[in-house]
Design a binder for this molecule. Structure first.
Ligand SMILES: CC(C)(COP(=O)(O)OP(=O)(O)OC[C@H]1O[C@@H](n2cnc3c(N)ncnc32)[C@H](O)[C@@H]1OP(=O)(O)O)[C@@H](O)C(=O)NCCC(=O)NCCS
Length: 188
């Protein structure tokens, strides 16, 4: 059943004290989205320790950003990004991760986060962006396609000791794809 759109979703810049909530979203969303795609042992072994996240967020370099989405005053999604890794000419910015808790999918929260992320990248002078997604993660690929992303290429990588293939989705002109919606997201 289609979920009702949440009108009161608010996307704001994350603060260091959001680290625990971000880690909860990451772990719970991984367990749901990646079940069957990566081994259960890895998913079940994930914890909620936010020590590393807290350290990363305490020292975000200027080219990076971290956003959270709040619905009904709870953090239900987050998104982080910055300069593409490794830097590339065609896609200067990158969304490193975007996660929304499964019970809040299909309510417009991913869209709100991605639009805000595009603005964060544009504000830092990045005119284009790329996102990498597990090749077998079909629902997220459809989300990126719906948001105007174009499949660029696949790359083999290592994730937590596993060999995986990721698919890159690119937006060559952020302002053309997202410029019209930069103002529509409520942000602090
Ligand atoms: C991918 C993800 C962030 C999308 O967030 P979301 O809040 O569910 O997406 P939205 O509701 O904002 O959807 C935006 C558009 O994409 C489409 N879309 C979203 N999920 C889709 C799916 N599974 N299949 C087809 N279309 C989809 C929606 O229909 C919507 O289009 P519309 O506005 O015209 O109706 C979320 O599903 C998620 O966290 N997935 C698990 C984690 C993950 O795989 N992250 C990406 C890897 S880094």
């Amino acid at each position: 059943m289609t979920q009702p759109k949440i009108r009161a979703v608010r996307v704001r810049r994350a603060v260091v004290d959001d680290a625990d909530a971000i880690e909860r979203v990451r772990t719970d969303t991984w367990r749901d989205a990646y079940r069957g795609l990566i081994p259960d042992s890895l998913l079940d072994g994930l914890g909620y320790d936010a020590t590393r996240r807290r350290a990363l967020m305490s020292a975000l370099p200027p080219h990076q950003f971290a956003l959270v989405a709040e619905a009904d005053d709870a953090i239900v999604g987050f998104c982080v990004g910055g300069r593409s890794r490794p830097p590339e000419e065609r896609f200067q910015g990158e969304v490193y991760a975007i996660y929304v808790l499964p019970e809040h999918h299909r309510r417009g929260i991913g869209r709100a986060l991605l639009e805000a992320a595009a603005k964060e990248l544009a504000d830092r002078g990045f005119g284009s962006m790329i996102i990498w997604v597990l090749r077998e993660n079909a629902p997220s690929r459809r989300f990126y396609e719906r948001m105007g992303g174009v499949h660029v290429r696949d790359e083999d990588r290592e994730l937590e000791g596993l060999r995986i293939t990721e698919s890159g989705y690119g937006w060559e002109d952020i302002s053309r794809s997202f410029g019209g919606s930069f103002g529509s997201v409520q942000r602090m």
